[in-house]
Design a protein around this ligand. Structure first.
Ligand code: 4AD
Ligand code: MG
Length: 448
């Protein structure tokens, strides 16, 4: 490898080339594509921040440089010297008049880069995910993901929350025992990968007031849907002394902030992804809020009018088609609150006006994306929580510490969790969550 790869020089990135118009610069990157037209070569380079087309007229460069470029294979790594020229026809607004090119590693013609510019099947692409991430659309999605994660944390960091990270290895379930990844834990028996940091941040919320956690969470989901991963990232705020209304307000401001940040910094990426940004520009708090009962009535009405195929049975949880219909009625996320307690988690506070309902909220993203946030007010009474743990056949011993939070200075408190991948899928307008995370883990995939 040549010395200049590690040499201490600063190189402008393709994303910042507008600041270098007319300058001769050095780009470090890869060959994304190569077209040839008579005595002209049109290599397209990428460097992780974008792509730029180079122009190489045979007469303008040394013969060995021309031959070197002509013989380049896709995804060979290269260091390119050239002059930045504005060109209104170029997607990035600039082209590069190539003067010199040095090969860092030439991809062998015998084993060409497996992902070509033609269409590939999803299985093939997922099998080559380690290489697929190099393509412009996938890179754009990962950049937007990074901004969504940063904006989400930033919202809490700048609004008085303290980040408290819960453990990943836990002695008990949070969200239902059928979806636990289990392992042996020395002499203590079993441990489980966390499904949610919630129970632990309830403890830190009672210590610090406003807290959040942000990390990977795991569900041994047997469901093979476009919305489910077995490993995903969740950001969860938890706040002492707020109730359901305060929680919904927090959620709508939080989502509005994230969408605003993405629009601020990623117009070009959203264009590469093919996202209709007008659908994002309307996402501003306040969001519509309807109860489970009102949502159920909407579904009954829609069924009567033949707008949905299956009749919704009152008392059940919404299925994907139900969520799709409900969310399609609004141009911003809709908050559905007060679901029947019967199918919700054991820790949810019952509604004092109708104890068969839980003081909970699901936020359904528009355009049929379904649930991106789930949250609730938590039971603050010791006796009620204890009986719920028993009714759900959860091991009381494992929950003694959690019950302590109701023994020592219990207060009304509430929180929610947002799955980052669901949010990325909605904001980028993607069909499936597998493209929203660098390496998706699903029911049938753990490679690469
Ligand atoms: O609705 P869920 O299960 O809620 C909780 O875990 C609460 N303990 C959170 C809290 O109140 N602190 O999950 C929350 C969110 C969902 O709305 C969804 O966005 C995401 O996590 N999620 C998944 N994302 C991808 N794949 C899965 N299998 C997911 N399960 C949940
Ligand atoms: Mg949920």
């Amino acid at each position: 490898m040549s010395e200049s790869v590690t040499e201490k020089v600063t190189y402008p990135t393709i994303a910042t080339l507008s600041e270098h118009e007319g300058e001769t610069i050095i780009l470090r990157g890869w060959l994304y594509n190569l077209r040839e037209s008579g005595k002209l070569l049109f290599p397209i380079f990428r460097d992780g921040t974008g792509t730029i087309q180079g122009i190489v007229p045979k007469a303008a460069v040394a013969p060995e440089v021309f031959d070197r470029i002509k013989g380049l294979t896709l995804e060979s790594s290269v260091i390119v010297t050239g002059k930045v020229r504005a060109d209104s026809r170029a997607p990035s607004g600039f082209e590069l008049d190539v003067q010199d090119l040095e090969i860092v590693q030439q991809v062998s013609a015998e084993t060409p880069f497996p992902i070509s510019l033609k269409e590939h099947g999803v299985d093939f692409l997922m099998e080559h995910r380690h290489l697929w991430v190099r393509t412009p659309r996938q890179s754009a999605i990962l950049r937007v993901r990074a901004t969504i994660m940063r904006a989400a944390a930033e919202y809490f960091d700048t609004n008085g929350f303290t980040r408290t990270d819960p453990p990943i290895l836990t002695p008990n379930a949070c969200e239902g025992t059928s979806e636990l990844f289990e392992m042996d834990y020395f002499d203590d028996g079993k441990a489980y990968l966390t499904q949610s940091g919630q129970l632990y941040i309830e403890a830190t919320a009672l210590a610090l007031g406003k807290v959040y956690s942000f990390g990977p969470t795991f569900r041994a989901e047997k469901s093979k849907t476009r919305r489910h991963l077995t490993e995903f990232w969740m950001i969860e705020p938890e706040v002492a002394y707020i109730e359901l209304d305060g929680l919904m307000e927090l959620a709508e401001n939080f989502i509005s902030h994230i969408v605003a940040r993405v629009l601020e910094g990623h117009r070009a990426d959203l264009k590469v992804i093919g996202r209709d940004v007008t659908k994002l520009e309307t996402i501003k708090a306040p969001f519509p809020k309807i109860s489970y009962d009102e949502a159920a009535a909407m579904l009954a009405e829609a069924f009567k009018e033949g707008k949905i195929e299956n009749e919704f049975v009152y008392g059940n949880d919404f299925g994907s088609p139900d969520e799709t219909y409900i969310s399609s009625q609004f141009d911003r996320p809709v908050m559905v609150h007060r679901y029947p307690a019967a199918f919700k988690a054991f820790y949810m506070q019952p509604d004092p006006l109708d104890p068969t309902k839980a003081l909970c909220v699901d936020v359904l993203a528009p355009e049929g994306y379904g649930e991106i946030i789930g949250g609730s007010q938590r039971i603050d009474s010791y006796d009620l929580l204890k009986s719920r743990i028993e009714e759900h056949h959860l091991p009381l011993d494992a929950f003694q510490w959690y019950l302590d939070l109701r023994r020592y200075g219990s207060v009304p408190h509430a929180g929610f969790g947002m799955g980052i991948e669901r949010a990325v899928a909605w904001i980028c307008g993607l069909d499936h969550v597998r493209e929203t995370i660098p390496f998706a883990r699903t029911l049938n995939r753990i490679y690469p």
